[in-house]
Structure formats: structure tokens, C-alpha cells
Write a protein that binds this ligand. Structure first.
Ligand code: ADP
Ligand code: ZN
Ligand code: ZN
Length: 721
């Protein structure tokens, strides 16, 4: 190659050509450094014919490449995946490529990095800030920037600690090998149903063909053990496996189970990794030495050298939908990656998405069912609590039947779980005297009171203020009232009802790191907790044999708002949280508090009629031509200037294509009309399946200009609206 067409890591640029200097050798996929203006920039060499429209420039006018990085080239299937993702989600190639390269620092530099750790020396006269940072850092080790983040201080404070000798430098190799999971380490005997399912997956792995399987097993049916057999087969074939989990809080228990089965942990990948770990994992993945990778959705774009299996666990989870930057759905991209890599993809779920079921009906995905729980455990008994007949006491949220069941459960020494999908103490705080309501200054959202931290917080932008003692408007003291419940308030009610019970609150505020999540699992499994009060975080994956009672505090909460997926999400969440009850030898009970026991979702839940729910939901989607039958794309226009945002949205709307089978709704104010100080307007495009929605939106938007302060982003297959 004497010239190379590159995608550079700059989203504003299209592909560009460079000259390959004599003596340098590159191929498609090579990761190179190229000059861009006065600065060097990372890019990847692409097959020139994939981008035929790049204007041709004479060889003598091309700038030469500066160097090739010492890293394996990105494999062709990954390059095809990057192209597909960019085209499907209407994102710049560079933005997708950035996910594959994970961070440029994962590639640059040598095979060691310098990290710092507490030296144990006792320097004199530490400032209070430095002392506090040191305490927060504890035993940890990392780059200056990473320690600053842990200590919640600036880099300068960390450098001060280094100078004083409180932190010492250590050289960390990023080239250490990972241990290899052993497929025969501790094989377990499967139930006949599991065995049949596992055999089928093993065949798929052996065949090395692309094929998507829905592993549809009720909660507690032992899906993990089943796909572990497929992983074992991939290991025997010397192919890599990627396991995607929806939540980093679930990684820790997964690692334990994996280690018990395979003798060592898999390679983890998530946003919380230290840079040296990230660099080490990236290389091991690219070189094919990482046998099994477990990670968050971002692990999908890594350069696996020989992928043999992809598992998406809890595949229905909404957290697989990325809502910033490249707005992709990891479940769908996983299926596409399986196609590119010629390997099977397993979607495991007790409550598959309507879209996934539809693919099964069309015969595109194979379905493997595990209809009963492992070890003969029964699914829990479901009891509806009609709040209009059995209301809680005034200012309380737990109705008498649920309280009674909690009392019985406590008396038996068993555990209860209360589920309410709302963080904090109360979703709204107002002044009883003048009616003032606390609103976020940056968003059209109420500030949520958090009593544990004594702060009011916006759950959309993170803005926080200390909870004031008096009303900022009328200055009346003791006039602020909390309206509605959050998990902290439910926990207070539990403490008032059962003062001797040990209560744990589980939300992203309390379980923000894998270590905290691991501690929580240990506490519950070890019997140190009687009652758990939690948000959707507790609905997922956990297995606690002594947990026999689940209370759904407000089953109707997710149903308002007219969201397309409101019923489906409510159904999935309640089935999942119910699935935490009675997983061991003791039978479980679930109390569902609702004001609408006759709503179709509630009826299906109370009668345990899964098929009825799916049939009704599918029919209603079909009649609305909603996904999976029709398709949507949302165009979101935002600007700090309200008038400019509205004006641009109107212009985009006015230029909208008119076509049979395509409708454009709006522009209208987005459901969250102001977010982080930006005013947001939204257009919703609704199209028949047969229409090339992406091509239409691309052509439409490329004909319009907007001010540089305005942001226009497209969400293809938007998740909630
Ligand atoms: P699911 O993911 O389907 O809800 P899990 O995979 O968590 O279910 O399995 C439920 C419980 O049953 C777990 O504690 C798991 O270890 C146990 N289990 C499942 N299959 C087996 C097996 N074949 N042998 C022993 N224990 C099993
Ligand atoms: Zn007031
Ligand atoms: Zn806000």
C-alpha cells in the first residue's frame, strides 16, 4: 500500500487519504498515527473501496503517516460491525470506532504504566484535604487522575501527596497474561431440561455458524448453568466468549459463579476499570488470549480475535439501550456481531422483549425453553392487594395485608424484599405555606429529596443542593413537606413498623461500585439483612434462598405517562422482582399493591398468564403499527437558547419528506423539555417496516443547516418516549 484511507478519531471528519512512507507497512485495520493540522491523531486504515466518495488527491499532495501503533489490526468482522452501526444508528464512523479503541491510551505507550499507591509513610503536616483524600484512597492504586477521582480532589492534591511521600510510584505491567478458564474445572450435573438446552447450545457453538437463540427460562430455572456449558465448548474450541451483563452491580456475583465453574475469573470490562487494567484487557482480547470476557454493553465493540459465542444475559433489560453518544441497542448490535463473526448469540431472559419474541415467531431466532425452576422450587404465589379496598394508614404506603405478611416472614426468620422504582426519600418537596416547589434550575424536573445525604438532587442532570431548613420563597421555617414515597421513605416506614428488623436500602446511591454490590450480596446471603428496600436494581439476577416475600409497593407507578413500552416494562419488572422470591427450598409469596387490579397487565400478573400478556401486548402493538411492526426514529433538537431550539426544530419539521407509509409528528417539546440547561424539541418519525428510514432521515437532515450551538441527534428505534 502506498496510500491509505483512514477513519480518524474525530467525529467531525469523514475518511481521509494519507501517504504511506517508504519502509512503513500497513493493512486494513492497522492502527496508525496521522498528522491532522499541526497535531498527531489516531486513525484506522480502511479498505478504500468501502468509502468510494472520498475526493481524490494526487499522491504528491498527501501527507505521510507518522507511525503504526504496536497493536493488532482491527479484524475485518469488527470493521464491518463499525460500518453497520454507523449506518444503522446514523452515527459518525469515528464515534463508533472510538468505542472499539476504548481509549487511545489503551494503545499508546509501552507495556508498563506508572501508578501510585499509599506508601504507608507518615508525612508531617498533611492538610485536612490531603488527609481526607488519603483516607478515601485506602489501599487502592492508580494513575494520578484515577486517584484524584477516588479521593474526590484535584490532580494537584494527589501530586502534593506524591511530593510529600505519602504516595509512592509503582511500575505496572500491562502485559501480564490472564489465567485461562478451564472448561473441565468443576462440571456440574444438569437437570434433564437443562441438559437438553445445553446440548443444543453446544451444537451451535460447534457449528460455528451465526444463529440467534432465545434462552427463555423462568426465573430460577438455571439459565446461567446452561450457557456455561456453551462457554465450556467455546473454550475447548479455543474460541472467545463475550458475556454481556446489564449492570455492573451484577458482575461480582457472576464472577464468583464463573470462578466456581471454570477455576478462574473471566476478563472484566466496564467503565470503572483502571486504565492499566483496560489496556491489559484490550490487548488480551485483541491477541485472542482472553478466553471469556464479561462486560457492560461497551464490550461489544472490542477487537476479539476469534469470537465463538456471545451471551446477552437478562437480554430484556433497558440498560442495554445506550442513550448518549452513539444511541445503540446492545442486544441488537450483539445479534449483528454474531452475524459478522459467524458465531451463535444467546439471548437469556425470563421476560423477553416483544421484539425478541416476534423474531422467534418469524422463525429467525430459535427458542429454547426452561419452563420450571431448578431443583423443584415452585414459582411464588402471587397475591394482589387492591389499594382502593385495603388502603395503607394515612401518610403510609404499605397496606395491611403486606405488613401482615412481612410480620410472618420476620417471625420465621426469613427475608423480605420491598420494591419501589424510585430513589431518594420523596419525589417532590413543596412549601406548605406558599406552595413553592423545588425544581431543578437546569431541567424541567422536580428535585428529589435524599435524607441519607440531606440533599435535594435532580435525577436527570445530577444537580444537588443541601436540603434547606426554610422555604427559599417565603422564608417560613418548618413548612417544607415531602410528597410521595421513594425507597428511603419506605425504609423509614419499615423501621417504624419493625424497629428490630435489619433493613438495607438498595439503589444506585448505595450500590455504586462492584465492591459495594459484592458486600450487599454477602450481607444478604449471610443472613445479616431481614428486609431489603430497593429500586429496579434489586429486580435483577440475584439469588437469595432465604428470601421468601416480595412486596411491590406501587405496581401502577410505571404505567402512567403513555409510553409505548410502559406495560411491557411494568410486566417485566414485576415478573423479575417476583422471581427473587422462593428460589430455595422455601416457597415464596409476592404481594402486588395496585389501584388498578383490572388493568390487563395486572390481570396477567395476578393470574400468572404469560401467554395472555404477550398476546395482548403484541396485538396492541400491531394495531398501532408500533415496534416490532412499524419503526420509529426520534430527532432531538436542543440549544441553550429556547427560541433557537424551537426555530431549528420547526425548520427541520417543515423540510420533512412526504411519503406514503411515513408520518412525522411534531416538533413538540421533548418529554423532558429542559435538560442540563438545554431546551429540547422533538420530532418523531413513524414508518412502515418496508421503508428505508435511515436513508430518509439522513437525506432530510443533510439538506438543513443549523447554528453550531444547536445539537441535532437522531435516536433510531428509540426506547422510551
Ligand atoms: P436464572 O438465571 O434462570 O434465574 P440461575 O442460573 O440463577 O437461574 O439458577 C438458579 C439457582 O439454581 C442458582 O443458585 C444456581 O446455582 C442453581 N442451579 C441451577 N442449575 C443447577 C445445577 N444443574 N446444579 C446445581 N445448582 C444449580
Ligand atoms: Zn414557602
Ligand atoms: Zn437537572
Amino acid at each position: 500500500m502506498t496510500r491509505a484511507r483512514l477513519i480518524l478519531l474525530n467525529a467531525a471528519l469523514g475518511p481521509l487519504d494519507y501517504r504511506v512512507p517508504a519502509g512503513m507497512s500497513v493493512e486494513p485495520g492497522s492502527i496508525v498515527v496521522a498528522p491532522l493540522g499541526p497535531r498527531p491523531m489516531i486513525g484506522v486504515v480502511w479498505e478504500a473501496e468501502r468509502f468510494p466518495d472520498v475526493p481524490s488527491v494526487g499522491d504528491n499532495r498527501l501527507r505521510p503517516l507518522l507511525g503504526v501503533l504496536d497493536a493488532p489490526p482491527l479484524p475485518a468482522p469488527l470493521r464491518r460491525l463499525i460500518e453497520w452501526t454507523a449506518a444503522y444508528y446514523l452515527a459518525p464512523h469515528a464515534a463508533v470506532l472510538r468505542m472499539a479503541l476504548a481509549s487511545m491510551s489503551a494503545l499508546e505507550g509501552g507495556k508498563t504504566v506508572i501508578e501510585y499507591r499509599p506508601s504507608g509513610a507518615l508525612p508531617e503536616r498533611l492538610t485536612a484535604q490531603r488527609a481526607q483524600a488519603l483516607e478515601r484512597i485506602g489501599e487502592r492504586q492508580g494513575l494520578v487522575r484515577e486517584l484524584a477521582a477516588i479521593g474526590d480532589v484535584s490532580d494537584a492534591v494527589i501530586r502534593g501527596l506524591i511530593k510529600q511521600g505519602a504516595l509512592e510510584a509503582v511500575e505496572v505491567s500491562t502485559d501480564l497474561p490472564f489465567p485461562r478458564p478451564d472448561p473441565d474445572h468443576a462440571a456440574i450435573s444438569l437437570s434433564p431440561g437443562q441438559e437438553a438446552a445445553a446440548q443444543r447450545l453446544v451444537e451451535q457453538v460447534r457449528s460455528g455458524e451465526s444463529h440467534t437463540v432465545l434462552l427463555d427460562g423462568v426465573t430460577g430455572s438455571g439459565k446461567t448453568e446452561v450457557y456455561f456449558e456453551a462457554i465450556a465448548e467455546a473454550l475447548k474450541q479455543d474460541r472467545q466468549t463475550l458475556v454481556l451483563l446489564p449492570e455492573i452491580a451484577l458482575t461480582e456475583p457472576f464472577l464468583d459463579r464463573f470462578t466456581a465453574r471454570f477455576g478462574c475469573a473471566p476478563v472484566p470490562w466496564h467503565s470503572g476499570l483502571k486504565q492499566s487494567d483496560r489496556r491489559r484487557a484490550w490487548r488480551a482480547i485483541a491477541e485472542g488470549e482472553a478466553g471469556v470476557v464479561v462486560g457492560a454493553r461497551s464490550a461489544l465493540f472490542l477487537p476479539y480475535r476469534k469470537l465463538g459465542l456471545i451471551v446477552v444475559d437478562e437480554a430484556h433489560e433497558t440498560s442495554f439501550k445506550q442513550e448518549e453518544g452513539v444511541r445503540y441497542h446492545a442486544r441488537d448490535v450483539a445479534v449483528m456481531r454474531g452475524l459478522m463473526e459467524s458465531c451463535p448469540v444467546v439471548l437469556a431472559s425470563a421476560t423477553p422483549a416483544i421484539e425478541t419474541r416476534h423474531q422467534v415467531e418469524l422463525g429467525r431466532y430459535e427458542e429454547i425453553k426452561l419452563p420450571s425452576r431448578y431443583g423443584g422450587a415452585e414459582l411464588p404465589e402471587i397475591i394482589g392487594v387492591d389499594l382502593t379496598h385495603d388502603p395503607p394508614d394515612r401518610g403510609r404506603w404499605l397496606a395491611p395485608p403486606l405488613v401482615q405478611a412481612m410480620r410472618e416472614t420476620l417471625a420465621r426468620g426469613e427475608q423480605s424484599l420491598l420494591f419501589l422504582n424510585r430513589r431518594g426519600y420523596a419525589p417532590l418537596t413543596l412549601c406548605r405555606h406558599c406552595g413553592y416547589r423545588f425544581q431543578c434550575p437546569n431541567c424541567s424536573a422536580w428535585m428529589v429529596e435524599h435524607r441519607l445525604t440531606r440533599r435535594l438532587a435532580c435525577h436527570h442532570c445530577g444537580h444537588e443542593v443541601p436540603t434547606p431548613d426554610s422555604c427559599p420563597e417565603c422564608h417560613e421555617s418548618d413548612a417544607l413537606v415531602a410528597c410521595g414515597p421513594g425507597v428511603e421513605r419506605i425504609a423509614d416506614e419499615v423501621k417504624a413498623l419493625f424497629p428490630d428488623a435489619r433493613t438495607a436500602i438498595v439503589t444506585s446511591d448505595t450500590l455504586w461500585s462492584p465492591a459495594r454490590a459484592a458486600a450487599f450480596v454477602r450481607d444478604v446471603a449471610g443472613g445479616a439483612v431481614d428486609i431489603i428496600v430497593g429500586t429496579q436494581l434489586v429486580t435483577k439476577g440475584y439469588h437469595f434462598p432465604e428470601l421468601t416475600l416480595v412486596g411491590v409497593v406501587d405496581a401502577d407507578l410505571g404505567l402512567d405517562g403513555g409510553d409505548l413500552r410502559a406495560s411491557e416494562r411494568t410486566y417485566q419488572q414485576i415478573v423479575q422482582v417476583s422471581g427473587r422470591a422462593g428460589r430455595g427450598e422455601k416457597p415464596g409469596r409476592v404481594f402486588i399493591q395496585t389501584r388498578a387490579p383490572d388493568a390487563p397487565v395486572m390481570r396477567a400478573l395476578l393470574e400468572g398468564d404469560d401467554a395472555a400478556f404477550y398476546a395482548a401486548e403484541t396485538a396492541s402493538r400491531r394495531s398501532a403499527n408500533a415496534p416490532p411492526f412499524g419503526r420509529f426514529a426520534a430527532i432531538i433538537v436542543s440549544d441553550t437558547d429556547a427560541a433557537l431550539a424551537r426555530e431549528t426544530a420547526r425548520r427541520i419539521g417543515a423540510a420533512g419528506p412526504r411519503q406514503e407509509g411515513l408520518e412525522i409528528y411534531g416538533p413538540a417539546e421533548a418529554p423532558l423539555a429542559v435538560l442540563r440547561g438545554r431546551h429540547r424539541w422533538r420530532l418523531l418519525v413513524h414508518a412502515r417496516r418496508s421503508i428505508d428510514l435511515q436513508a430518509i432521515v439522513r437525506d432530510w437532515l443533510s439538506a438543513i443547516d443549523w447554528k453550531s450551538s444547536t445539537r441535532v441527534s437522531v435516536d433510531v428505534d428509540p426506547y422510551s418516549f
